[in-house]
Design a protein around this ligand. Structure first.
Ligand SMILES: *[C@@H]1O[C@H](CO)[C@@H](O)[C@H](O)[C@H]1NC(C)=O
Ligand SMILES: *[C@@H]1O[C@H](CO)[C@@H](O)[C@H](O)[C@H]1NC(C)=O
Length: 340
């Protein structure tokens, strides 16, 4: 997926079954049913896409309860979320949320949102050929990444690109770009794909899954280990953060890189530079399994998944439970005052 383009994809043969679709923004709120269930006004702000069963305490079979989704795949009531990017003014220290724009390659009408992938393999591998891919079960959830990650530490599957244009990504990097990006910052979250076969979740929301990658970034995932023998779809999120309007407000020659995640805390390890993402499975019935059982199809639902137009998807909403300023300049990011 590095320097990804449609042309590059077409050169990869054979193309295995894989889904790639857009989901508009559902809500931007301090809710997190995986890490802080029941809390209205969690520690930091999230950018959330997907089904309308989303709430602070959601559990069980989300696919059965959802009645609409912001995703193009109409049977997908899953929720996908990440932290939110902020710009921290280098002179006065105020913060403002960085807006999300849609990936230029997605269905027209996607607003903000994310690109979501479910692939059988990474794009450039077939060493798992003929291996069954098992869809997630109702109630399944996981996270990837570590908010306290520090520059220089291993950061498997989490990557940034400094966009030159909306379709030219340039090289992947492990940390925030330190130069100005002409078309924004592209953030990629790549989940592990090996499951222990038993647990829908785990206390740290990660140890029921295993990342068999030995190298970082988008490379072949070797066979799953015996501790986590079940090969699941490879879930990936891509988000385009429109940093362009802040380019005139900082000078890479003298200012520190000014973009942070919504959990930046002065003096706290990591300082808001690591990243993380949450996944909560919610496909209806066996729709995801049906797509994963196909081969030689990509992008289109593999002929088995109902799609909807984005003007229908964009009507899907959830209530705003946490009312606070998420648009203007603020002295502290939402939730910050509860930490320090
Ligand atoms: C949240 O979802 C759960 C089911 O997952 C439901 O039982 C509960 O009533 C919902 N809460 C609210 C406030 O809607
Ligand atoms: C910091 O600078 C921005 C941009 O000029 C401004 O809009 C904001 O109000 C300033 N914050 C404070 C606390 O002065």
């Amino acid at each position: 997926m590095k320097s990804f383009s449609l042309a590059a994809l077409a050169l990869v043969a054979p193309v295995h079954a894989g889904l790639r679709f857009g989901c508009s923004t559902l809500t931007i709120q301090r809710l997190d049913p995986v890490v802080e269930p029941g809390t209205v006004g969690t520690a930091h702000l999230h950018h959330i896409v997907g089904g309308n069963a989303f709430n602070a305490t959601m559990e069980g079979d989300v696919g059965e309860r959802g009645t609409c989704t912001t995703c193009e795949m109409a049977e997908d009531f899953s929720n996908y979320w990440t932290a939110v990017m902020y710009f921290k003014h280098p002179v006065n220290g105020s913060y403002i949320r960085v807006p999300v724009v849609n990936n230029a390659a997605l269905a027209r009408g996607t607003t903000g949102g994310m690109t979501v992938y479910y692939t059988q393999h990474d794009f450039n591998t077939d060493d798992l050929k003929n291996q069954k891919i098992t869809a997630f079960k109702p109630g399944f959830r996981m996270t990837v990444g570590n908010p306290t990650w520090k520059s220089g530490e291993k950061n498997i599957g989490l990557r940034y690109n400094c966009l030159t244009t909306l379709i030219n990504r340039g090289a992947e990097m492990a940390d925030f770009p330190t130069r100005k990006c002409a078309a924004g910052i592209f953030a990629v979250h790549h989940f592990p794909a090996c499951w222990d076969g038993k647990n829908l979740d785990s206390p740290d929301h990660q140890s029921h899954m295993y990342n068999s990658k030995v190298r970082e970034g988008f490379v072949n995932a070797p066979k799953c280990p015996s501790s986590h023998p079940v090969r699941m779809p490879q879930v990936t999120y891509e988000t385009v953060w429109d940093t362009t309007k802040f380019n005139s407000m900082w000078d890479p020659a003298k200012d520190k890189q000014p973009f942070v995640w919504s959990y930046e805390r002065p003096g706290v390890a990591g300082g808001g530079y690591g990243t993380h993402a949450d996944y909560l499975f919610g496909w209806q019935g066996d729709s995801l399994q049906r797509a994963m059982d196909k081969s030689e199809c990509f992008y289109d639902g593999c002929g088995s998944i109902k799609k909807q137009t984005m003007d229908v998807a964009n009507k899907c909403t959830v209530k705003t439970l946490v009312k606070e300023n998420i648009d203007g300049w603020v002295k502290a990011m939402p939730g910050m005052e509860n930490m320090v």
